[in-house]
Ligand binder design. Structure first.
Ligand code: ADP
Length: 585
């Protein structure tokens, strides 16, 4: 917890002045809340034993009113400043996180559930607001002012001050117990909240599948279990915590119970003035309010610590090493030299060596799970390899600045992603400075112009809104248009046309063929038909290259390739046959 608080204070450095001012205003506010008790004491004394003119008595009465107003005004200004500082700090933390994500291996981001990263950036960062805007000023002032008042009271009468304090150690004991229970129980509670959130998202997102496969009962059971778990942990926490919290509240306000009998005894035996007794009774009542606020700190700090740990978890991840001096490759030939790679412990690529020559086309084919996509992703440095070397134009990709590397590569993934902005802007992502004319030309090449024009607002249709209505093939075509617009010297297509109907696919392949002229073209193939004419085909099996060459050679020499080809011809004939049968019907 202390580590988390220490790290949080580092974020406040830039807004130190605002934070300190907010703390002083909070101290002023708490002081303005306690001072009226002293003035009321004075007021009562003056009524009982008048020593000053009545007009001065009025001044005391007005001062009491002003102090009570001041208490609220100072609190408002303190909160305003602490919130201003807190939200600037939250913005900085969010920007830092976003920046960090761009410097982490892309694989790190892809491997994680986007919901988890979203939760850290949204909810966990927001949780820190409680500490920055409330806990810091309010806790400091809620402790400091009562302590100063107590010191003052010790000088007036140490016996009465001791009586006021008598319950504080017991209250503190319950407070520490409460903190311990919070730490133990709230961890489980927060995990239950996370689980419930994940199950809710899964339940809603998977509604289509749940209905299609009649899984309502199973899915609902998981949903209900998660909610029940959540309820169980909340109640568990309440049950354990509330007796302690109640004891703390009672004890913190109990000083009057000790002050009154002792005060009466001392007054009766003549060793305490009645006016001092009245003062202690009044302060006993005002003293508790700020200390009660500390209860909010007890459960809040656990949530804050949890959130800070999640934020720190991302911020402390190892970044992809970046060379400060960029080396520019002399050409765009991609070379794998004896590359082996494992995501976890098991190698998914073993001693892979090949060359994708600039101006030539290379296809990678092989059974599902053989490592094709991994090869494509390694070229973009989604992960760093530990064994072997990947070069572009004889320069190790680790020596190329990530921005420059990304400029060199156009990548169309199998799982397309569209931003929640217009189709036009989605295509423009490929080349931010492109004109509308360039965008339309790219869209025409990718065969998406026609269906875009059929959407309600054409190129201005929001892809996020339209996204649900666009077919998988249409989404892929928008992504292809993006890659066409980018026009990078290395073009990697990872099953980029898998969701596109054969007719459009042929036209897009033609367009991509045009685009790829003079470039390095690497295609992860799913339909053998589209790569038969390629300059080189690599056949991958279990992470190893088992054959390579042109289509005709592979048909003669590679049994794996023959199998893939037979499977393809069987599927094609089956499709045509079923088509004929359908027509007959
Ligand atoms: P292909 O593209 O040929 O279908 P992939 O390159 O996607 O194959 O996957 C190769 C192997 O690596 C598979 O066994 C797959 O389960 C595993 N794999 C792929 N991505 C990851 C990942 N992010 N983390 C762990 N294992 C992965």
């Amino acid at each position: 917890m202390l580590q988390s608080i220490k790290r949080l204070f580092q974020f406040t450095e830039e807004y130190k002045r605002k934070m300190i001012l907010s703390i002083f205003l909070a101290i002023g506010s708490v002081a303005a809340g306690i001072l009226p008790y002293f003035l009321v004491h004075r007021f009562v004394l003056e009524i009982l034993y008048p020593s000053i003119p009545k007009t001065e008595l009025m001044v005391i009465a007005i001062a009491i009113g002003v102090l009570l107003i001041l208490k609220t005004v100072l609190f408002i200004f303190s909160t305003m400043l602490s919130h201003q500082a807190a939200y600037c700090i939250l913005r900085n933390i969010r920007l830092k996180l976003a920046n960090k994500l761009t410097r982490l291996p892309l694989g790190y981001v892809l491997e994680r559930d986007s919901g988890v990263i979203k939760k850290v950036m949204e909810n966990d960062v927001e949780e820190l607001e409680r500490f920055l805007a409330h806990n810091i000023p309010e806790t400091i002032s809620s402790v400091l002012v009562p302590v100063l008042v107590l010191i003052y009271l010790v000088f007036i009468d140490w016996r009465m001050a001791a009586a006021m304090l008598i319950f504080i150690p017991i209250a503190a004991f319950f407070y520490v117990l409460m903190m311990r229970i919070n730490k133990e129980k709230l961890d489980k509670y927060y995990r239950a909240v996370d689980k419930m959130n994940a199950v809710v998202v899964e339940y809603v997102n998977g509604m289509k599948e749940i209905k299609a496969f009649n899984q309502s009962e199973g899915a609902f059971f998981r949903f209900r279990e998660a909610i029940n778990d959540y309820r169980r942990y909340v109640l568990d926490w309440y049950k354990a915590c509330w007796p302690l919290m109640s004891a703390y509240f009672v004890l913190i306000q109990a000083s009057v119970v000790s002050v009154l009998p002792l005060g009466l005894y001392l007054t009766i035996n003549g060793s305490l003035d009645v006016s001092v007794l009245v003062l202690f009774l009044l302060i006993s009542m005002g003293f508790a309010a700020p200390l009660m606020k500390l209860s909010e700190f007890a459960d809040g700090i656990i949530a804050v610590t949890n959130a800070e740990k999640n934020v720190h978890g991302i911020l402390s991840e190892t970044e992809i090493p970046i060379k400060t001096q960029n080396v520019s490759p002399k050409n765009h030939t991609v070379k794998f030299k004896n590359v082996s790679f494992a995501y976890d412990n098991e190698f998914v690529l073993n001693h892979v060596s090949f060359e994708a020559v600039e101006g030539k086309s290379l296809a990678i084919i092989g059974p599902s799970g053989s490592g094709k996509s991994t090869i494509a992703k390694l070229i973009c440095r989604f992960w760093d390899i530990e064994k072997g070397e990947i070069c572009i134009g004889d320069v190790n990709i680790r020596d190329i600045k990530p921005d420059n590397l990304m400029d060199m590569v156009s990548f169309v993934f199998q799982d397309t992603f569209l931003f929640n902005m217009s189709i036009r802007e989605n295509i423009r992502v490929g080349k931010p400075e492109a004109s509308d004319g360039d965008i339309i030309a790219a869209a025409k090449m990718a065969k998406c112009h026609d269906f875009i024009m059929k959407t309600k607002n054409g190129y201005d249709t929001l892809a996020g809104d339209a996204g649900n209505r666009l077919s998988g093939g249409e989404r892929q075509r928008i992504c292809i248009a993006r890659a066409i617009l980018k026009n990078a010297p290395i073009l990697i297509l990872d099953e980029a046309t898998s969701s596109i109907d054969p007719d459009s696919e042929e036209q897009i392949q033609e367009a991509l063929g045009e685009l790829a002229k003079g470039k390095t073209l690497i295609v992860i193939a799913h339909r053998i038909r589209t790569i038969m004419g390629f300059d080189n085909i690599i056949v991958l099996q279990d992470g190893e290259i088992c054959a390579s060459g042109k289509h005709e050679k592979l048909l003669e020499t590679s049994s794996v390739y023959q199998c893939i080809f037979q499977a393809y011809t069987f599927t094609e004939s089956w499709t045509i046959k079923s088509g004929k049968e359908m027509r007959k019907c």
